[in-house]
Every structure is written in C-alpha cells, then in structure tokens.
Design a protein around this ligand. Structure first.
Ligand SMILES: [Zn+2]
Length: 280
C-alpha cells in the first residue's frame, strides 16, 4: 500500500459465545462445553478476504488462540496482522486496572507463541475503553502497544464526542494511536455503519458511499466484523435483548453484502495505515 488514503479492515477473532455479561448460558466456565464454530466461520471469512485480495488485521481472543493455534498460524500465513482482543474477553472497565494488565499479558503470551512479530495492537471487548476506563490506554502504552482500536464514537458504548478518525492520544507512558470504527449520521442519529448491526443492515452501496465520504475528506474508514456473523447455522442461546440484537440482527445475506463491500473499496491492515499526525 502507498501512503495514500486507504481503508482498514479488522476482525475480532472470537467464538460465538464470547459475549460479555450475557448470563449463565454463555458464562466463561461453560465455554469448554459449548460447540466451537470459530474454525469454520474464520475460514469462511479468510476465503472472502482472499477472494477480494484484502489483507486485514485480526484481533484475536487469547482463549481462542490457545485452543486453535493452527488457525491463527493460517490467518498470519495468509498475510493478515495479528493483534490482541484480550485473553478472557471481558470489558476493560469490568476487569479494572490490575486484572486488565494481567489479562493483556496473558493474551500476549499466548499470541507470541504463534506470531513472529511483537503484538502491539489491541481492541478491547465490546468497545470497552471509554470514559470509565481511559487508564487502559496508559497500561497499553506501558506494555508496549502502539495502536488501540477500542474507542467507539457512539453513545451506547463510547461517546459521540470521540474523534471519528485515527488520532494520537498522549499517555504518561507515551503516545498511542487510537483508531475508531466507521460511523455515519442517519435520521439524526449516529449509526455504526462500519460494524455490528449497522454494517449488517446496510446495503453494500450505502456502506461504500459512507467509505467514499470519509476518503473524500482524506480519512480512512475502519470496518470490523466477527467470524460468527458469517455462521450459516449460528447456535442460538437465551441472552439479554440488547445482546440478542447485537449478535443476531440481520445475519441473513450478510456474507453476500460483505463480499460486495470488500470488492468495492480498497482495504488494508492497520499496520499499513499512513502515519497519523494530529495529537489529541
Ligand atoms: Zn469481542
């Protein structure tokens, strides 16, 4: 990739049951008993990316990497970047400082066994670095991380006031680049058009127009998906309504819409992103 504006495609590589605070059915102690779908669904995603000649950044849950080392090696072997999505997939503000650092280190330990390059990119589960947990950026920087992609410019999980484009945040331990996911204004609301239900419900044309608008302003658009969003036969469990919507709303046809998006714009890895200059 050149230094021109290009967009970033990211994946949160996790199992379908990696939902935070979703109740007994998917509690962490039950994970080993639940059917694993991550091999099947990640390989579907790898095929889609390969077909569109897109190299992406995969934020991998350490718990998954520990059990599916070959899968992670295959992701890396296909030319994708590897970052951390935590070890046990808990929200940063629920972990607190000490457990956040321990969980981060555990994820790095596991990922380092399958990665040759140092792990320097992070995304917190469910966009959980926000005003309740800005200390997490200090810890990430202290632990040698260069890029964080955990702060969503959206009210429910982050704040509308957060910058919508990559920017530098200064911490006592040094600067860290913050890379937010793409949002769009629609019907007087801000919607996550580059991820989650917003990406799944939107036509490829609408997503591509939002990407083009960002690019015209000289900004990259950052998209993100989960392998479980491509599951042709997703396991169903009883979870709170909020999570049911986030997980199951409009999965049908998503693979086809995503293929059109991937073919309709230029995407690269986070590590290929042009240098970000403006400090916050
Ligand atoms: Zn996640």
């Amino acid at each position: 990739m050149s230094g021109d504006t290009h967009n970033v495609f990211t994946v949160d590589l996790e199992e379908w049951f990696h939902m935070c605070a979703a109740g007994e059915a998917v509690a962490a102690r039950r994970w080993p008993l639940l059917p694993s779908r991550v091999e099947l669904t990640t390989r579907l995603l790898l095929d889609l990316l390969d077909d569109a000649n897109v190299r992406a950044t995969f934020f991998v849950v350490g718990w998954v990497a520990e059990r599916h080392g070959q899968l992670i090696e295959d992701v890396r072997g296909a030319g994708h970047d590897i970052g951390s999505h935590g070890y046990i997939h808990e929200k940063a503000y629920d972990l607190g400082r000490e457990r956040f650092r321990a969980d981060l280190r555990e994820s790095v330990r596991v990922l380092s066994a399958v990665c040759t390059a140092p792990v320097t990119m992070f995304r917190a589960p469910e966009w959980s670095i926000n005003d309740r947990s800005l200390w997490a950026l200090d810890i990430l920087t202290e632990e040698g991380f260069k890029i964080d992609a955990s702060m969503a410019p959206l009210k429910i999980v982050g704040a509308l006031s957060y910058p919508r484009y990559p920017h530098i945040r200064n911490t006592p331990a040094g600067p860290i680049t913050e890379v937010p996911p793409l949002v769009a204004d629609r019907f007087g609301q801000v919607m996550p058009i580059g991820w989650g239900w917003g990406l799944r419900m939107s036509s490829a044309g609408r997503v591509l127009r939002a990407i083009e608008a960002a690019n015209r302003a000289g900004r990259p658009a950052v998209l993100t998906v989960h392998p479980w969003e491509l599951d042709p036969d997703p396991p169903r469990v009883r979870v709170p309504a909020r999570l049911h919507f986030a997980h199951y709303f409009r999965l049908g046809g998503f693979r086809e819409r995503l293929r059109d998006v991937l073919h309709g714009a230029t995407f690269g890895r986070l590590g290929d992103m042009a240098t970000v200059s403006a400090p916050l």
